[in-house]
Design a protein around this ligand. Structure first.
Ligand code: HEM
Length: 499
């Protein structure tokens, strides 16, 4: 499917697909899952002794080497501005390592009306539609993972007060399942980087011709390194996804999370279990050898994150680049949402960054991959605990209770997506699980139960293509939050240190 967004077109504020994502390619409803994540050397820490309840590790990785040529978004034509993105063509049928897209930066955008028809994208729902048999797939086993002994678990940060009334103004149904070729709506203007008008915006192909070796393809180099890493360690997928989120929600996507030091963002409690730093450092070192002083660490994070999403079977879309690196990184500035917040409180947090409630639900779909440590969810397990959730699927509760025995400090962890066949895949199966009361984090489960978000959860669970498109758009928007461009910030020499 070719999905492009070309001009700024007004979209309803609550339209799930209203983001100016440049070009989005989605593989549609995928028949076969991509590789699974497995515990790996990049996981926080190996367990000293597996407990009986934790002897089911993540599914083994099934990486398949790709002989395909790397993505070459900056091929021979000049970069396209964000508002007139190039056209990408859908790679051949989805596979764990799908063929790269053909990117034609110089192609004119297709007329919007040819690509997007309003009727083809389902509106968001204000109330849940009837469920159909799309939720019938039961996981054979909850995938509980082995203990991880030494990484400090992430305590919840304090809840924020709710500052706005519930938003109940979403447009009404109808729920019709769009076909796999559902096109993407054009962008909405409010998701551009929030810097002033005279500051350059992110653009596809920013690095084209910028290195002293004019033919150097920065994105292709990143792809090569990330692909190689992924073949050995599929858990780099959730690692980078989370790292991207934690970077962008604190001082914008400026790589401030990468800075080493006693009081930097990296040392803040929510970031203690963030992983993937080493890979970003490695990529930077390699790039500096070929193209010194040009490529920002913030762009490396964004490009690498896009690549792992694609490698995990998720949507592929053109990376916008041109970010610069921040010069501030303070632990005290890290104010990320706690999993214990209510849905309304979480909506408020995302709204403050210009995301709709629907985009928030889509972004939290990133919890379709990766893990959570006991301390992130054990308060939900036992009656009398602060977050006790009596509605949790009893089988899941039993299994989680074995993984996280009450009152015992444990570094064990569970898969965020309790569908073990899909817990390493970027797909919409997470939503099925939370609709079955099999969410791991409190906020994940709340999305499926709260009237503010339930309809969106149902809609996304029913349509893999919709999720792919919406995730691509939401990621492009996330990666543009408060970015530094032009002369702002710096291009770091080393990602973990200010210049
Ligand atoms: C309200 C918003 C969010 C909350 C409260 C939240 C909270 C959490 C928590 C508590 C964990 C488990 C950490 C641990 O125990 O080790 C986690 C893991 C994760 N989060 Fe989120 N998250 C949010 C949004 C997001 C977003 C927007 C993304 C990406 C777009 C994301 C991606 C991930 C991933 C991939 C993991 C697994 C990491 C791994 O396996 O190492 N999260 N999140």
């Amino acid at each position: 499917m070719i999905l492009t967004t070309s001009q700024n077109v007004d979209c309803k504020r609550h339209n799930l697909l209203s983001v100016e994502a440049g070009v989005v390619i989605t593989s549609g409803d995928r028949p076969s899952p991509p590789p699974k994540s497995s515990p790996s050397k990049d996981r926080p820490n190996p367990p000293p002794k597996p407990s009986p309840s934790n002897d089911q590790p993540n599914p083994p990785p099934k990486p398949s080497p790709s002989n395909d040529p790397p993505i070459t978004p900056t091929s021979s034509s000049p970069p396209s501005p964000l508002s007139t993105p190039p056209i990408m063509e859908l790679p051949s049928p989805p596979s764990p390592l799908p063929n790269p897209p053909i990117i034609e930066p110089s192609s004119p955008p297709l007329p919007i009306d040819d690509i997007f028809t309003p009727a083809s994208v389902p509106p968001l729902l204000s109330s849940p539609p009837p469920m159909d048999d799309a939720h019938s797939e039961e996981p054979s086993n909850p995938a509980l993972s082995p203990p991880s002994p030494t990484i400090p678990p992430p305590p919840h940060s304090p809840s924020r007060p709710s500052s706005s009334p519930p938003s109940t103004t979403l447009s009404p149904p109808p729920l019709s399942k769009p076909s796999p070729s559902t096109p993407l709506r054009p962008p909405s203007p409010n998701s551009y980087p929030s810097n002033s008008d005279d500051t350059p915006k992110l653009q596809v192909g920013y690095y084209q011709g910028k290195c002293s070796n004019k033919s150097m393809d920065v994105e292709a180099l990143i792809l090569t390194i990330v692909e190689e890493h992924f073949l050995n360690d599929t858990s780099i997928l959730p690692a980078l996804l989370r790292l991207q989120f934690h970077d962008c929600f604190v001082h914008g996507c400026d790589a401030s999370i990468l800075i080493e030091g006693n009081t930097t963002e990296k040392t803040a409690i929510p970031n203690l279990t963030v992983r993937g730093y080493e890979l970003i450092d490695t990529i930077k070192v390699t790039i500096e050898e070929e193209c010194p002083g040009i490529v920002s660490c913030a762009d490396i994070i964004a490009v690498a994150t896009n690549i792992v999403i694609k490698l995990g079977g998720g949507p592929e879309y053109l990376a916008q680049t041109g970010r610069r690196d921040g010069t501030v990184s303070k632990a005290e500035d890290v104010d990320l949402p706690s999993p214990a917040l209510t849905v309304q409180e979480t909506i408020d947090v995302f709204q403050a960054k210009n995301f709709t409630a629907e985009e928030m639900v889509v972004l939290l779909g990133a919890h379709t991959v990766g893990i959570a440590h006991c301390t992130s969810f054990e308060d939900r397990l036992y009656s009398g605990t602060s977050q006790f959730d009596p509605t949790m699927d009893p089988t899941l509760r039993e299994q989680l209770s074995e993984t996280c025995p009450q009152g015992q400090f444990s570094n064990n962890f569970a898969l965020l997506n309790q569908n073990p066949q899909h817990s390493g895949n970027v797909d919409n199966t997470f939503y099925d699980q939370i609709l079955k009361q099999r969410g791991i984090l409190s906020i994940d489960q709340a999305l499926a139960n709260d009237p503010l978000t339930k309809a969106t959860v149902v809609q996304l669970s029913l349509n893999a293509t919709l999720f792919n498109v919406a995730l691509a758009n939401a990621m492009v928007k996330l990666q543009a939050v408060d970015v530094l461009t032009g002369n702002q910030g710096e291009i770091r020499n080393v990602c973990s240190k200010f210049n």
